[in-house]
Design a protein around this ligand. Structure first.
Ligand SMILES: Nc1ncnc2c1ncn2[C@@H]1O[C@H](COP(=O)(O)OP(=O)(O)OP(=O)(O)O)[C@@H](O)[C@H]1O
Ligand SMILES: [Mg+2]
Ligand SMILES: [Zn+2]
Length: 362
């Protein structure tokens, strides 16, 4: 993998001697990096298989373009899991440095497959909700990286979010904030990288049908409240986009018209990412989601109209301080997708409507 070095593979010392005497030639081993990185998505799931859900697809495109965290909320069978599984197909290709980092995590976990030298695809990790804290965050008696680190530079998908143990969701906060996890032991403390895009899905209530037009929800208000409260405000705050995924009507499901392929969406995502790469050149930040307060101030300027819009929305929806910076980052990404240097009203308005769960009443 190291550039500018010839690797001459030998089996025995005798071969080395022969080579040094000039009696045998050994052709250098070549690794075609380009080819390794261009291998795409082995299962080949594609967004063109998802009918309808244009609103959710758009939110997913925005999330992928800026590596923003996403929560999908909708009734059973509306396609949340199906959508999430297709997100890797629109993410930009893994860079070489990123590949080295991700490979290191897999390597210390003993999870590199035989014969694999480098992880060249963004990881997609989807742990079940019964996972232990240690399995999710890392640690144990002989410490190992958890799912948050195995998802480094890739995607962590938590399906059925409220089913996860409350504590597991609480400990997610550090890696989400810092992009790494520190595990303290009696004699040492270990740090693993954990910079991932978080994608989560949940039903709106325990029975799943709250707000559905064709079913009646059978949950009591208390049960709904208890269900929602399993996801704490501080965790919700750290999720940039909330999107509703309603049930799809049969008419739409049976619609045989072609819908957009993952490749077409990926092209736009990559274009927006290239703008970000240029913007953050020479810094440790790769994409809009990773901007700190200083960078937000620098790159997410609003005009007077924008400030007014944000103020009004905040009064109505009861945003927390964190919500504002999330909105600005998402608005930056939406502007990038539109190829606009300035964040315009329509970009900001779209970003605001992805905060539907911030309502004061919830
Ligand atoms: N928009 C859609 N287009 C095409 N097929 C769909 C769509 N939505 C659902 N389906 C079909 O229904 C199945 C169930 O969808 P999926 O498992 O993604 O639902 P879900 O929202 O995750 O439900 P649950 O809340 O029960 O987990 C899919 O495997 C797919 O075959
Ligand atoms: Mg599901
Ligand atoms: Zn219900």
């Amino acid at each position: 993998m190291v550039e500018g070095v010839d690797v001459l593979p030998v089996r025995t010392l005798a071969e080395v001697v022969q080579f040094l005497r000039g009696e045998a030639a050994i052709p250098p081993k070549q690794v075609d990096l380009q080819q390794l990185f261009s291998l795409k998505d082995e299962h080949g799931e594609d967004f063109c298989e998802v009918r309808g859900q244009d609103h959710a697809k758009r939110a997913i495109e925005v999330a992928a373009a800026g590596s923003h965290n996403l929560l999908m909320i909708g009734p059973p069978g509306s396609g949340k899991t199906m959508l999430a599984r297709r997100i890797p197909s629109i993410l930009p290709a893994l860079g070489f440095d990123e590949a080295l980092e991700t490979t290191a995590v897999f390597s210390v976990s003993g999870m590199l497959e035989n014969g694999t030298a480098l992880v060249t695809q963004r990881p997609f990790r989807a742990p079940h909700h019964t996972i232990s804290d240690v399995g999710l965050i890392g640690g144990g008696t002989s410490p190992k990286p958890g799912e948050v680190s195995l998802a480094h530079n890739g995607l962590l998908f938590l399906d059925e979010l409220p089913e996860f143990k409350k504590n597991a969701l609480e400990v997610l906060r550090q890696p989400l904030e810092d992009g790494r996890v520190t595990i303290s032991r009696a004699l040492q403390s270990l740090t693993y990288p954990s910079r991932f895009m978080l994608v989560t899905a949940m039903n709106p209530c325990p029975c799943g049908f709250l707000g559905d037009i064709s079913h009646t929800c059978s949950c009591t208000p208390i049960a709904i409240k208890r269900y929602r409260s399993r996801i704490s405000g501080p965790l919700l705050d750290r999720i940039d986009l909330h999107v509703e995924v309603p049930a799809v009507a049969y008419r739409d499901l049976s619609d045989s018209r072609e819908t957009e392929s993952s490749a077409a969406i990926a092209a736009r995502v990559t274009q927006a990412r290239n703008l970000q790469q240029e913007r953050f050149k020479g810094t440790k930040v790769h994409c809009n989601a990773q901007m700190n307060a200083r960078l937000i101030k620098k790159h997410c300027e609003l005009d007077q109209n924008g400030h007014r819009m944000l103020e009004l929305a905040g009064e109505k929806l009861g945003f927390s301080a964190r919500s504002y910076s999330r909105i600005l980052k998402v608005a930056r990404t939406i502007a990038d997708l539109a190829g606009s240097e300035a964040i315009r009203d329509q970009h900001l308005a779209e970003a605001i409507q992805y905060r539907s769960l911030d309502r004061k009443t919830s």
